[in-house]
Structures are given as structure tokens and as C-alpha cells.
Design a protein around this ligand. Structure first.
Ligand SMILES: [Fe+2]
Ligand SMILES: [Fe+2]
Length: 180
């Protein structure tokens, strides 16, 4: 596209959010590795997939910048945070990261609105909806974790564990055969 149809401020904000999504992917990747190292196979698989999703968000923004005639700036990504203390801490921190990211998306949406950049507003609104989904997803996971680890009547944890084992596949992928 020959003409630039985003402001310098919007271009900067989009590039910043693009790097932010790349960082989010690093956060999920590091927590996924931590989960796998701690033998939470289901959680780690879920988090690896989510790291891919955050990379997709990064790509969406990259493409939008180019599509609107802007310049993409691939910047340094800050290091992933330290390992969580335990699974509860992991889920709490992930929800916190999503809530923080939602605030940044809100700022981007606000800028689009102030600039009357309706194309950017429409684009940003996809992320507003996405963040509602992600906050719900991690909020629900945290709720389930609290349920599973809080003292309950009977042996509900064992019941759930047994149910999970019943659903577990008989075969498991090895790194040499996996597609990443
Ligand atoms: Fe994201
Ligand atoms: Fe996210």
C-alpha cells in the first residue's frame, strides 16, 4: 500500500502492542515449560497452544500496520517472568497478565476513538472481545483449580483424577514426532 492511513501515534501504539503480544507469548511459553517440567502434562499442552495464540495476535497487528500503510518495527522482547511458585500462582499470574493486557488494548481502543480512526477502532474491538474471552478462560481455570484444591466433602479430587485418567490417551507424542 502506497499511502499511509494511520497516524504516527497510532503506528507507534500498534507497534508497542505487537511487541506486547510477542511478550505475552513468551510468558505462556515459559509457564508451559515450567508446567511440563513439573509434570502437569495437560496444563503445559494448553499453555503451549496459548503461546501460539498470542503469536497469532502479534501477527494480526503486524498485518494491520502493513495493511494501513504503516511501518512495522520488530522490537526487543523483554524476558519472561520468573517461574511461578505453584500451579495456583501460575494461573493467578496468567489471569493478571491478561487483565493487564486488556488495559493496554483499552488504551489502543481509546486512541483510535480519539483520532476518529474507525478502521483502527474496528480492529481494536476484535481484541476487546478477545480479552473478555481470555479473562473468562483463565478466570474459569483458576476457579476450577480452587475447587480441586480446596477441602471438599468426600474424595472429589480422586474422582476427578480417575475421570481424567479414563480419558487419557494410551499413546503419547515424543518430541521427534511432534509438530511445533
Ligand atoms: Fe493476546
Ligand atoms: Fe491473551
Amino acid at each position: 500500500m502506497a499511502t499511509k492511513r494511520i497516524s504516527a501515534a497510532m503506528e507507534k501504539a500498534l507497534n508497542t502492542q505487537m511487541t506486547q503480544e510477542a511478550w505475552q507469548a513468551q510468558v505462556y511459553l515459559s509457564y508451559a515449560a515450567w508446567a511440563e517440567e513439573n509434570h502437569y502434562a495437560g496444563i503445559s499442552d494448553f499453555l503451549y497452544k496459548h503461546a501460539h495464540e498470542e503469536r497469532e495476535h502479534m501477527f494480526k497487528i503486524l498485518k494491520f500496520i502493513i495493511n494501513r500503510g504503516g511501518k512495522v518495527k520488530v522490537d526487543a522482547i523483554k524476558a519472561a517472568p520468573a517461574d511461578p511458585k505453584d500451579l495456583g500462582d501460575c494461573l493467578k499470574k496468567l489471569l493478571g497478565h491478561e487483565v493487564d493486557n486488556s488495559k493496554l488494548i483499552d488504551q489502543l481502543t481509546d486512541l483510535a476513538h480519539k483520532e476518529k480512526d474507525w478502521a483502527a477502532l474496528n480492529f481494536a474491538q476484535w481484541f476487546v472481545k478477545e480479552q473478555v474471552e481470555e479473562e473468562t478462560l483463565f478466570g474459569n481455570l483458576l476457579d476450577k483449580y480452587v475447587l480441586a484444591t480446596t477441602k471438599k466433602e468426600g474424595n472429589a479430587n480422586l474422582y476427578e483424577f480417575d475421570r481424567d485418567v479414563a480419558k487419557a490417551p494410551q499413546e503419547t507424542a515424543v518430541p521427534q514426532e511432534e509438530k511445533f
